[in-house]
Design a protein around this ligand. Structure first.
Ligand code: ARG
Length: 264
């Protein structure tokens, strides 16, 4: 009698173990690998900090891409320059940070297929005499160090031009403009336009210049020859094609994206 009781207890325990094992494999979440993703969360609306959390368009986008590719992600704010160090040293799996795909960066890093169209733009106080990029000549221009914004103004006015003021992040460049230490900021159009819209009290306006600033595309930044590239490329394409991208885009920008430009 005692033996039967023991056997049946063991069977129940075994069954319970089996059921719980099925449970984990069904959700799968505990088996997913977590990727370390680095960012510079001082570039709203792409990545910024809210109540100690990194949020923004890029965060939603990367979460969707990771889900599609079957990974968990941990997005950590490390700052702009450290992003490139971490990717170079492979201490992070990839970076998201409104990073423009440029031929120079492509020599040392890999990028996924493009996910966002951008262009540099000028931020000035309303009523400024600056109406185009050419008008920046002789003016103090604040940029984030190591960005395409820095690159374009250096191309126009020379590499060691003392009028070009370089900052660790874009918020500090904007602060310099606010404090009167600069006459303009050059940075990505979406960031500039979001700032103007969200800070009406600053009395800033944005200046576009299609002749001086050309089209740029953002990509996710990976270590050279990363095995993740094909998986992420595929997931980026799927997220763009299956409407998830449009949903995220609409949440942040209120309008439909032009996904055709990304595919061309
Ligand atoms: N798109 C520009 C570049 O790649 C600026 C990006 C800055 N991003 C940031 N999170 N601060 O150079």
């Amino acid at each position: 009698m005692k033996k039967i009781k023991l056997v049946s207890t063991l069977m129940v325990v075994g069954l319970l173990l089996l059921l719980s094992a099925c449970g984990t494999s069904k959700t799968g979440s505990s088996e997913k690998k977590t990727l370390r993703v680095v960012t510079d969360a001082a570039y709203a609306p792409f990545e910024y900090q809210e109540k100690g959390k990194v949020v923004g368009f890029d965060v939603d986008f990367v979460n969707a891409v990771a889900k599609e590719a079957g990974y968990n992600v941990n997005i950590e704010h490390v700052g702009w320059d450290p992003i490139f160090v971490e990717i170079e040293k492979k201490t992070a799996d990839f970076a998201v940070s409104a990073i423009t795909i440029t031929p120079e960066r492509q020599q040392s890093y890999d990028f996924t297929v493009p996910y966002f169209l951008s262009k540099n733009e000028i931020l000035v106080p309303k009523g400024s005499s600056i109406k185009s990029a050419k008008d920046l000549e002789g003016k103090k221009v604040a940029v984030q160090n190591g960005t395409t914004g820095q690159e374009v103004v250096e191309k126009l006015f020379g590499k060691n031009n003392p009028n070009i003021k370089k900052f660790k992040n874009n918020n500090l460049a904007i602060l310099e403009l606010k404090n009167g230490g600069a006459d303009a900021v050059v940075a990505d159009n979406t960031v500039i336009e979001t700032y103007v819209k969200n800070n009406p009290k600053d009395n800033f306006e944005f200046i576009e210049d299609d002749t001086a600033f050309s089209k740029e595309f953002y990509g996710l930044l990976l270590p050279k020859d990363s095995k993740l590239k094909p998986e992420l490329d595929k997931a980026v394409k799927t997220v763009i094609e299956n409407g998830t991208y449009a949903k995220i885009y609409k949440k942040w920008f209120g309008v439909e994206p032009d996904t055709q430009t990304l595919k061309d």
